[in-house]
Structure formats: C-alpha cells, structure tokens
Ligand binder design. Structure first.
Ligand SMILES: Nc1ncnc2c1ncn2[C@@H]1O[C@H](COP(=O)(O)OP(=O)(O)OP(=O)(O)O)[C@@H](O)[C@H]1O
Length: 358
C-alpha cells in the first residue's frame, strides 16, 4: 500500500530571458493506494503528473510531505533500504522503445532481472531452465507468444508488443504497484485497448495496484474503473473521488473543461450550447493569491482572486477544512477545491460529419 501525504516538489529554473523562476510541480498531493486498488491522475501537460510518477518510483526526490510504503515512511530510511521498497513499485513509461535496450534480445532483457530476483529469493530459479520458464510464463501473461518473441530485438516488435515486453519486465521483480505514465500515448491506436485491458487484467488477476497517469478521460475511466480519480491542475489536486463520480458529476470548472475537450460525434450525441472551456490559455507565470485556476476560469468571482480553496467534501460548507482533515472524509469521497462548485452540464467538442480528416 502507498500513502502519499502532502507531496510537494519545487524546481528553480534559470533562463537567459526569464531569469530565475520557481516552478511548483506538485503542491501538497495526498492519496492512498490500497492493495489491488487503482488511483488515476488526470490533467493537462505540465501539471506535474510525470513528476509524481517519478517520485513514487524513487527516480525523483520531493521536498515536502511524506511517502509511506507498506507502513514505512521512506525518507527515514537509508538509500539502500529505500531502494528495496521502491523495487516493489515499477514504472511503465510512455515510450516502450526507449525503455528497452535496442542491442539486447527480449530473452536477455528478461533474463537479467529474473536471475537477480531468483538469487534474492534464495538461489532457486536462477538456473537457465528455471528463469527461462518464468520468462515464458510472464510473456504469456502479457499476451505474447514466448517462443516467437524471446529471440527478437525490440526493433523487430510492434509498439504494442514492445509495451507488453516492458510490462513483462516490470513483472519480473514481483511488484506490488505499477505506475503507468501515459502508457499508451505512443502506441498505435489499434493496439491501445489491448494494453489498457492488460493493465486492468493485472489488477484483477495478480492483485497489483495501479497508479494510472494520463491526460485522457476515456482511458482513465476504463483502466481506473472502481478506483479513484484525482484531477490535477498546476501541481494541485482540484477534484477527486471515485472515478465514475468525478467523470459523471464533475463540479470543479477545470474538470468540466477537461471533460468538454473530449470529442463527440455529431449525429451520435447532441453537443448543446453549454460547453465549458477555459477563457484563457495556460500561462504558468500567472499566480494569483487565490485559486490557481482563477485566471482561466469561466465562472470565477472576485472571491476566487483572493481566496485559495482547499479540498472539501462535496455538499459540505467546507469552511476551513483542508484535505483529509474533515472528520470521516474517506479518500474515495467526492471532494473539490472550488469556491463555486456546481453541477454544470458537460458536453464534448463537436466533431462534425463534414470536418476535415487528419
Ligand atoms: N527537472 C526539472 N527542472 C525544472 N522544471 C521541471 C523539471 N521537471 C519538471 N519540471 C516542471 O515541472 C512541471 C511539471 O512537469 P511534469 O513533467 O511533471 O508535467 P506532466 O504533467 O507530466 O507534463 P507532460 O504530460 O507534458 O509530461 C512543468 O512545469 C515542468 O516544466
């Protein structure tokens, strides 16, 4: 189980024309990932999704908050001990080609971690027969034909096959958690559903927990089914709850804007006049003392400019209640950080029958 409490990450950037700038990649992110559960993070480019994924796998440090894995707070540990915990959390990156060594066959790619794992477990399974058998088992589990795939190099496989190999490699160390960061965005559309189905399957068949990071509402709904969805804006979670609650009844204008950006087909659904869209483009330099989304929000009031909203349960008055502080607030409770939450009808961008194709 992973528990993240108030994770914060700030970067200082230095540019010739921009001077020194502080980038708040993550601002106090909290979540709990139970065994076999799923938590999805959705937001636009630059909102901090990848930074969060890297922090959860130990590839990036954080400068505030706590990360607790199986009840152990990791920052208190020595690097070697910490690495043991991070081994239980494996990342699936968006580009399966760069994630694999092009000079090594799939057999070699899977063989090394399998032998290492076998040695750790006490020696059995490190022999060639044993680890090869396990490699075949894992390839079958991810939907590949072992004998056909083992002798091949990454460039001889399709993008979808490569991503399945990446998933098989992650499974070699018996992880408890997979972090999938835009795991299908670089894969041919025709193969995406198969990979998403596989990630769902691993949850139900192996009890592996999943952190699913995406900018795509539909994939978050499919893979994160039954789990939680956290909507993240400029490093801050602005709405969260059970995936279906957030997608079907969003109350934060940013979530409504994200959902409005999902295309719909004319003739299949009525677009209606009330699509919610940001009033201005994202400008990271615009920091108000109030709500981070205020400069772009179509529903902002004067109060939004001066008061920074914190996460409160939907339906409560929320005055002075911070994330997770309200009594009885469960992680899956629908919460929002908006001073004017409202159920607004959300419709997608219309894709007309006569629209120009790609
Ligand atoms: N090493 C770094 N140094 C400086 N700024 C960084 C660094 N890594 C990330 N950032 C900044 O932190 C913010 C969040 O970046 P991050 O890559 O996590 O966003 P993202 O939501 O994953 O975006 P994308 O989907 O485009 O990858 C961005 O403004 C980014 O420029």
């Amino acid at each position: 189980m992973i528990e993240a409490r108030g994770i914060t990450r700030t970067y200082q950037t230095h540019g010739q024309f921009t001077g020194t700038r502080t980038v708040h990649a993550l601002r106090g992110v909290d979540f709990t990932l139970p065994e076999g559960g799923a938590v999805s993070f959705i937001g636009e480019s630059g909102c901090g999704k990848t930074t969060l994924g890297k922090i959860l796998t130990g590839l990036e440090t954080f400068d505030g908050g706590e990360l607790v894995v199986d009840g152990v707070e990791l920052s208190a540990l020595k690097p070697r001990q910490r690495a043991k915990y991070f081994r239980r959390i494996q990342m699936i990156h968006q580009d399966p080609y760069s994630a694999l060594n092009p000079t090594r066959t799939i057999e070699a790619t899977l063989g090394d971690p399998l032998r290492m794992r076998a040695r750790e477990k006490g020696g059995t399974g490190a022999g060639p027969g044993a680890w090869r058998e396990r490699a075949c088992e894992l390839l079958t589990l991810v939907g590949l034909e072992p004998e056909a795939v083992l002798p091949k190099y990454p460039h001889q496989l399709s993008g979808g096959q490569r991503q399945r190999v990446v998933i098989a490699r992650a499974l070699t160390v018996d992880p408890q958690v997979l972090i999938a960061d835009e795991a299908v965005s670089m894969i041919d559309v025709s193969m995406r559903l198969g990979i998403l189905g596989l990630l769902r399957d691993l949850r139900s068949r192996l009890g592996i927990s999943l952190v699913f990071i995406t900018h795509d509402v539909a994939t978050a709904r499919y893979v994160g089914d039954g789990g939680e969805l956290h909507v993240i804006y400029r490093g801050e979670v602005v709405e969260r709850g059970l995936t279906d609650d957030v997608i079907l009844s969003p109350v934060h204008p940013y979530t409504q804007c994200l959902l409005s950006a999902v295309p719909i087909m004319r003739g299949l659904e009525e677009p209606g006049p009330d699509r919610t869209a940001p009033t201005r483009a994202l400008d990271e330099r615009t920091d108000t003392p109030g709500c981070l989304f205020e400069p772009r929000c179509p529903f902002a009031t004067d109060e939004c400019f001066t008061t920074h909203p914190t996460l409160v349960p939907l339906g409560g008055d929320g005055a002075g209640v911070g994330a997770g502080e309200a009594e009885g607030v469960g992680a899956a409770e629908h919460q929002h950080a908006c001073l004017n939450p409202a159920a607004r009808r959300v419709v997608g961008v219309e894709v007309g029958a006569g629209a120009a194709g790609p």
